[in-house]
Design a protein around this ligand. Structure first.
Ligand code: NOJ
Length: 553
């Protein structure tokens, strides 16, 4: 064991906590969270019992997509602080026994990046344009986009440059996301060299790893062949998941990760890479975590699974098998800044579905049921071998803001789809730290980049902190037990399948999750933790879960 209580290759069983800086804690009262805010709450994070922080992008950015549009990869945006603050954050985290994973965005830059500005000021065919994907338009005067690709955020994936001074035909540039996020050309060696240098910049400052944004998108099929489907991030429905999309999951991406693997390995201290790759099937996803590539890839099949015991069993079995094939661990995740929070998703009629945001006109989740299930599902998630990523606020049981008024919306997906997609603002609401105060302790003056819903007061850290039955207390208990029993390094053994029940043993813990609406019987054993009060011995109520001490019946 190392000094901070973790084992070699810490990422194999790490519980990683995603901090979404704009909504975590605001130290200067501008309504947007910042790095000093995170530093201030480090004792809270340590006490929770997690192993690492993943910090969503806080690099210099015009914030066209909440920081996923970076204009300088070596600077911190003044909204969040300075490079010195980031260094202080790393030190503080390390002093509290926590690692730090930075968020790297290599698929695209901001349109305000020096490279893109240079490209726009340069001629077609110039070296500056070769760093991006500029193409001539089709049709008369080049007035039609070069192909029919659609942006993940809606609309066509091409934008035409403004009128040129020389009067020559204007070119178009590709952006798989917003028009402020031009895609880089990863076939250009200069792009590769630059990103290796950026990775080194942050590795030299002590980051323990990187989450790689859109890891499956960097290489595009030669010739950019036509593709009619909207290339959404999520393959919700298996049948519709494109495996032939010319912009996703091309074999060429793996060379990039092999070289980054080597780069990280040249640093001491088990640095790691985790892929954000919306890729199916699992056998394709597993390619990102082959021994000489990344260490982890988020398991979005798990996040997308409906509230259904048989489905959970299937996805868990298939995931463990697929990752095992390549010698990798599985990285379980239920929520993040791109998805409706699972406490809300599990309260929908189609429990566990992932809508593209929820607003007042949509079905409102059953909050109590969603919370009850969220408290239960974490017993399964933290009971599994592998790594787990938590999203800030889920330890409080936070739901989404599901009635946020249109006037507050900021997500480019909302605007690019003309409001057809509500977007992701509802899961990005500032954290409630205290039950009172104008912004529930997010800052002192009540400025908020997105308003908090009424009920966030009930989920405040200060309230849950003092309640032994709170979701926060539950997370702390489970995280502590998980560590003590080394469940992350354990092996899963399924119990005899029963309708509506997910039941397995991992080391000395038996996990029983009842996804049904009727009570089920419990096996004998001492109850270590329960998602709600067990009133009748040997009976697990509907939508509930327990951990039982194995062999102490
Ligand atoms: C995935 C990120 O998680 C999301 O927030 C962002 O909008 C897109 N990639 C584009 O960078």
């Amino acid at each position: 064991m190392t000094q901070n209580g973790s084992y070699p290759l810490w990422w194999k069983d790490a519980v990683i906590y995603q901090v979404y800086p704009r909504s975590f804690a605001d130290s200067d009262g501008d309504g947007i969270g910042d790095l000093p805010g995170i530093i201030e709450h480090m004792p809270y994070l340590e006490k929770l019992g997690i192993d690492a922080l993943w910090i969503s992008p806080c690099f210099q950015s015009p914030q066209g997509d909440a920081g996923y549009d970076i204009s300088d990869y070596r600077k911190i945006d003044p909204l969040f602080g300075t490079v010195e603050d980031y260094e202080a954050l790393i030190k503080e985290a390390h002093d509290h026994g926590l690692r730090v994973i930075a968020d790297m965005v290599p698929n695209h830059t901001s349109d305000q990046h020096a490279w893109f500005k240079e490209a726009m000021a340069s001629d077609p065919g110039s070296a500056a344009r070769e760093r991006y994907l500029f193409r001539d338009g089709k049709g008369k005067g080049g007035n039609e986009p070069p192909n029919n690709w659609q942006s993940v955020f809606g609309g066509i994936a091409w934008t035409r440059e403004p009128e040129r001074k020389d009067g020559k035909p204007r070119q178009w540039y590709l952006h798989l996301f917003d028009s402020c996020q031009p895609d880089l050309n990863w076939d250009n060696p200069e792009v590769r060299t630059e990103f290796e240098s950026v990775l080194r910049f942050w590795l030299d400052r002590g980051v323990d790893g990187f989450r790689i944004d859109v890891a499956h998108g960097l290489i595009k099929e030669k010739g950019l062949p036509p593709y009619t489907e909207r290339a959404t991030m999520v393959g919700e429905d298996d049948d519709k998941t494109p495996s032939d999309a010319p912009m996703w999951d091309r074999d060429g991406v793996h060379d990039i990760y092999r070289s980054w693997h080597k780069l990280l390995a040249s640093y001491p201290g088990d640095r790691m890479l985790v892929a954000e790759a919306w890729v199916k099937p699992l056998s394709r996803l597993a390619r990102y975590v082959r021994p000489d590539e990344m260490q982890q890839t988020f398991n979005f099949d798990y996040l997308l699974c409906r509230w259904n015991a048989a489905k959970y069993r299937e996805i868990i079995t298939d995931s463990l098998e697929a990752m095992h094939e390549v010698g990798a661990i599985t990285a379980w995740v239920m929520s993040n800044h791109d998805s409706v929070r699972h406490a809300s998703r599990l309260g929908l009629k189609d429990a566990g579905a992932r809508p593209q945001g929820i607003d007042a006109a949509h079905e409102q989740p059953n909050e109590a049921l969603g919370l009850r299930r969220a408290r239960a599902v974490i017993f399964m998630t933290l009971g599994l071998p592998g790594s787990v990523t938590l999203y800030q606020g889920e330890e409080l049981g936070l739901p989404d803001h599901t009635t946020l008024d249109k006037k507050y919306r900021q997500d480019p997906a909302f605007f690019r789809t003309n409001g057809e997609e509500i977007g992701r603002d509802g899961c990005r609401i500032p954290m409630p730290w205290t039950a009172d105060g104008p912004s529930l302790g997010f800052n002192e003056n009540g400025e908020l980049w997105l308003p908090q819903p009424q009920q966030y007061k009930e989920y405040a850290v200060s309230t849950e902190e003092n309640d032994p039955h709170s979701t926060l207390a539950l997370y702390r208990t489970l995280l502590n037990q998980r560590k003590n029993s080394r469940l992350g390094r354990g092996t899963l053994e399924w119990a005899e399948p029963r309708d509506n029940v997910v039941e397995f043993t991992n080391g000395d813990v038996r996990v029983v999750l009842n996804c049904g609406d009727e009570p089920v019987s419990l096996p004998p054993g001492e109850i270590l933790a329960a998602s709600l009060e067990i009133e009748q011995d040997g009976v697990l109520p509907a939508n509930a879960a327990v951990w039982i001490s194995e062999g102490k019946g």
